[in-house]
Ligand binder design. Structure first.
Ligand code: BTN
Length: 273
């Protein structure tokens, strides 16, 4: 499969190369965290775990149902991007149904990033940082990405699919430019199974922090790779250049420019070196 990447380490592959077939479900198992039952559905290969999880959620699947696959043929990244997902990485999607107001949905992004960062430190002893809007980085190289997709009905959040792509055992040849893996950081391979249960455990432990939005955003900002640093953000309306000084509860970033403070809702951020 041909893979290209953007300067911020996001992955693209050519749609014409996506010829792999979807294989049937291999197995399902359960994981118990704090007496709480999680159902894990495993595949060898699917187009996207998030697409599968969404179909399950539509049919009423319980919260904390997880879809994981050894490889994805059409892994989804942030809108308009695909996600390179060969065997060796951890690709999974979690169904949650949090009771939060719809204007607080962006908090899920911060919550998931916080949990992932903490899980990575706990399991591997690797210090990573968060990067706006949805990345986990080590030395500015992308280690993991998060994709939150939601279904809203009226003013209610019906479900959210938390898709996590984590480059655990990927080699340099498998990684796009600008990306890294635990294998590269620690020079050895790790169990994807144990990684999954550890990350799910932190996500579950931290779930209740969603009720404390300033703590969630505060923790994210404290471990942000570009806190108070000079950045360039490419947006659909042009380039924003300035110091990154904070993030808002709606998920936007605040940049102090020469013209004053600017709030940027979406874009690709890089350090201004
Ligand atoms: C990004 O950084 O652009 C987000 C990447 C999210 C990738 C994960 S892999 C598991 C889940 N299934 C998908 O198709 N995408 C997410």
């Amino acid at each position: 499969m041909q893979t290209t990447s953007t300067p911020d380490g996001c992955h693209f592959h050519k749609l014409s190369d996506l010829s792999a077939r979807i294989t049937p479900k291999t197995e399902a198992s359960t994981l118990i965290i704090r007496g709480f039952l999680l159902k894990i559905i495993r595949y060898k290969r699917v187009s996207s775990t998030s697409t599968n999880a969404k179909a399950l959620a539509q049919k009423g699947a319980a919260e904390w149902t997880v879809v994981v696959s050894e490889a994805q043929t059409q892994g989804k990244g942030r809108p308009g991007r695909t996600w390179n997902s060969p065997k060796g990485g951890l690709w999974f999607s979690l169904i949650i149904r949090p009771k939060i107001p719809i204007d607080r949905i962006p908090l899920l992004q911060f919550w998931a990033a916080n949990a992932l960062r903490k899980g990575i430190e706990k399991v591997y002893g690797v210090q990573s940082e968060v990067k706006w809007p949805n990345d986990i980085v080590v030395d500015w190289k992308k280690l993991a990405g998060i994709l939150i997709e939601t279904k809203i009905s009226g003013q209610e959040l019906v479900y959210a699919i938390v898709g996590i792509g984590f480059n655990v055992n990927l080699t340099t040849e498998q990684l796009p430019t600008g990306a890294t893996s635990i294998f590269l950081a620690r020079k050895k391979r790790f169990s994807l199974e144990k990684t999954l249960s550890s990350i799910l455990t932190v996500l579950e432990w931290d779930y209740e922090t969603l009720g404390d939005e300033s703590a969630v955003v505060g923790d994210w900002w404290k471990h942000c790779a570009h806190r108070e640093k000079s950045v360039i953000i490419e947006t659909s309306n042009g380039r924003v250049h300035g110091k990154s000084v904070g993030v808002n509860l709606d998920g936007s970033i605040i940049v102090q420019t020469d013209q004053g403070s600017v709030t940027v809702p979406d874009g690709s951020l890089r350090l201004d070196t």
